[in-house]
Design a protein around this ligand. Structure first.
Ligand SMILES: *Cc1c(COP(=O)(O)O)cnc(C)c1O
Length: 441
């Protein structure tokens, strides 16, 4: 699409000199697209173009954009009480939300305590602090490290970075500035479960918790693992006094085909983090849930046993009201049935890509579709550009092109997305083949 610079609004050209955009090399990326508004599953640009969204705005807009019920809930709460501090005060939106979250999460009531924070990264930080202090309060101060998986991602703050594969992951630049934890491989193939179990046993005296993204490693590369393997890890943690921390920030709220990914493995984590889809993508809110047993370790007469954490915007009333409205939608409308349809459609549409040169794998699970490409030939910036040209909003990274559409996406809109993926990847594969034949001529 030709860029008509005349058409760019002033706020954009001026602000572009002042904004520090997230991730990636902005001198290589296509320039950020000026967005005028959103609607349903579409992002509408200032120049009138409509992009079908295949990312749900970083996996959060489960019910699509501007859902009237969510907007209504936010407006109503803004009139009554937009926000009030949460220390020494309580309010209905947060208390109701805590009650509901503990009822719908794995174990249906077993994760009875909810700590609200303002972003996913903070929720994982809080989970780590809880795990460390749980053992401290039980007089086990040597349990001061975590186990996590290669290819994991738990956020961008320091604690979160320390368990996000700091040697190989996106935060490599900080690998010497984070506390070193135990980073292990998911037991598959040659690395057997019993070896894995031996490793965990050996490090258990030093381990407070095992941090894992259930079923899908998201931002670390969109890799799937089986519910059975997840259940095994959970069992091994339980047998070795390691708290099992499920980071469901990406997977929670139906994304993988069940309300929470842990359900598929039939497990109840000791600690669980939710975020992203919690408010259906319109307000920033996250939560760390724990069992009553863990909460008990923080109670008693000694103030030093308490958790020293309390974000300024903790349990923001407007965000909690929206989250309650989002849970209403999950109850009233059958998102799981929609996810099953999305899964089938993506499966059909993307499978054929497997045959193409340079395509390493095609994975579909719930409302997640992944096409993994040969990284050495992948130019993410060029691919992102190609998708914009096709009027779809997709953001390939590393070696993957992925779809995480809003769960309410129509068959037609999803077809627009999958067609774009098929066309762009096919074109890419052709160019890779051309490069290779040139090399081997
Ligand atoms: C996005 C994400 C986070 C971080 O959440 P933010 O709200 O971006 O801080 C943590 N863990 C997982 C699994 C995520 O996908």
């Amino acid at each position: 699409m030709k860029k008509d610079t005349q058409q760019l609004p002033d706020w954009y050209t001026e602000g572009l000199e002042h904004i520090w955009p997230p991730y990636g090399q902005s001198s290589l990326s296509p320039a950020p697209l000026p967005v005028a508004r959103t609607e349903g599953c579409c992002i509408i640009l200032e120049d009138g173009r409509e992009l079908v969204d295949g990312t749900s705005s970083w996996w959060s807009a489960a019910h699509g954009y501007n859902h009237p019920k969510l907007v209504e809930a936010a407006k109503a709460q803004l009139d009554v009480m937009p926000h009030v501090m949460f220390a020494g005060l309580g309010h209905e939106p947060a208390y109701r939300l805590a009650t509901r979250l503990s009822q719908i999460t794995p174990g249906k009531g077993k994760l009875s305590r909810v700590f609200f924070s303002d972003s996913g990264s903070t929720a994982t930080e809080v989970a780590m602090k809880i795990a460390l202090q749980y053992w401290l309060n039980h007089d086990k101060p040597r349990k001061e490290r975590f186990v996590c998986l290669h290819g994991g991602y738990h956020g961008d703050t320091f604690g979160a970075m320390s368990v996000s594969d700091p040697e190989r992951g996106m935060h490599k630049a900080f690998k010497n500035n984070v506390i070193m934890h135990y980073v292990v491989d998911m037991p598959t193939g040659e690395y057997s479960l019993s070896e894995f179990e031996d490793t965990i046993k050996a490090i258990a005296p030093h381990c407070a918790g095992f941090m894992v993204e259930p079923l899908l490693q998201g931002a670390g590369g969109m890799r799937l693992h089986s519910p059975d393997m997840l259940a095994e890890i959970h069992r091994i943690c339980g047998e070795n006094e390691i708290l099992f921390i499920a980071d469901e920030i990406a997977t929670g709220f139906c994304r993988t085909g069940s309300m929470f990914a842990c359900e598929e493995a039939g497990i109840v984590p000791d600690i669980m983090c939710v975020g992203k889809g919690l408010t259906g993508g319109i307000m920033t809110l996250a939560a760390t849930l724990t069992s009553e047993d863990i909460y008990d370790a923080f109670t008693g007469d000694d103030p030093a046993r308490s958790l020293m954490h309390g974000p300024t915007y903790m349990a923001n009333a407007t965000a909690c009201a929206v989250a309650n409205a989002s849970l209403d939608l999950f109850e009233a409308e059958n998102r799981l049935a929609q996810v099953a349809k999305i899964e089938m459609q993506m499966h059909k549409a993307l499978q054929s890509l497997r045959e193409l040169s340079g395509v390493m794998d095609v994975r579909v699970k719930g409302a997640i579709g992944v096409v993994q490409l040969a990284e050495e030939y992948m130019d993410v910036y060029a691919l992102r550009h190609a998708f914009i040209e096709k009027n779809v909003w997709l953001r390939p990274f590393r070696d993957v092109v992925y779809l995480m559409p809003p769960l309410v996406i129509s068959e037609e809109e999803l077809t627009v997305l999958t067609d774009a993926v098929v066309e762009v990847v096919t074109e890419w594969s052709r160019s890779v083949r051309a490069t290779l034949s040139h090399l081997f001529d």
